[in-house]
Design a protein around this ligand. Structure first.
Ligand code: URA
Length: 242
């Protein structure tokens, strides 16, 4: 992000006031005076900025877990429906985090949002096998062993080729399903294939992350430093320098 945009987003003043401060030599970034308002801030978690010798530490990246409520779109903008980034405070919205994977509007549960596009891409790609577990409530008869094996073995549905899944039947027309891919309406389509419409769908885990601490729909938490490092390591990515 450009420094003038960052400083103005952080409340230092309008874009033109910030540019004047920069051109007059009042701003330094990571120890160096900068005079060009178009200077790009290098990737990092924080930018260390001096404004007229006053230290300002500005957060640049964010990785967070959100408990998506039903009725919200997994999106960063929409005219018709509420969308998930609206559940975040302004300070986090300004960093433009994107959802790494989607949940249908009527589905709920765990979403990971990140400002790192490459991280989001790997979390969604079947190549990286990052497991996601869903608690499925379905209608109709309880699943038979044969149906469990059919769903778990991988399905070829018209335009949708589903990789093998882990499927654990539970009491009360529920099942826990773990997938390493996230194709459009995948869980609903797998269950529809065996004549069991899904009446409720909740994502309960993404890799090692769960809804612990964010049980209330709409609540969120930032990943800890250790969780971030582990995630980057799991996906063979270099974290932004800290
Ligand atoms: N599968 C679905 O059918 N819907 C979701 O939201 C996620 C997985």
């Amino acid at each position: 992000m450009r420094i003038d945009k960052l400083l103005s987003n952080s409340g230092l003043g309008s874009r033109s006031q910030v540019r004047q401060l920069i051109r007059a030599g009042h701003i330094s970034l990571n120890g160096q005076v900068i005079l060009d308002p178009a200077t790009i801030i290098p990737p990092s978690d924080y930018a260390h900025i001096l404004v007229r010798q006053q230290a300002l530490s500005v957060k640049l990246s964010a990785h967070l877990l959100l408990n998506k409520p039903q009725g919200y779109l997994t999106a960063t903008d929409d005219r018709r429906y509420p969308y998930v980034t609206q559940l975040l405070p302004q300070a986090l919205q300004r960093l433009n985090p994107v959802p790494a994977g989607r949940l249908d509007r009527d589905a709920h549960g765990l979403l990971l949002l990140t400002t790192d596009g490459q991280l989001a891409h790997r979390l969604m790609s079947p190549r990286w096998h990052y497991p996601k577990t869903y608690l499925v409530t379905y209608e109709g008869e309880a699943l038979t062993n044969q149906e469990v094996q059919l769903l778990a073995g991988g399905l070829q549905l018209q335009d949708l080729n589903c990789l093998p899944a882990v499927l654990e039947p539970l009491a009360n027309r529920q099942a826990r399903v773990t997938l390493t891919e996230g194709k459009y309406h995948q869980v609903k389509r797998m269950f529809a294939f065996i004549g069991r419409p899904v009446s409720d769908l909740c994502r309960i885990t993404i890799g090692p992350f769960s809804l612990a601490g964010i049980e209330k729909p709409g609540s969120y938490r930032l990943l800890t430093r250790e969780e971030q490092s582990r995630l980057y390591q799991d996906l063979s990515l270099q974290p932004a320098e800290l």
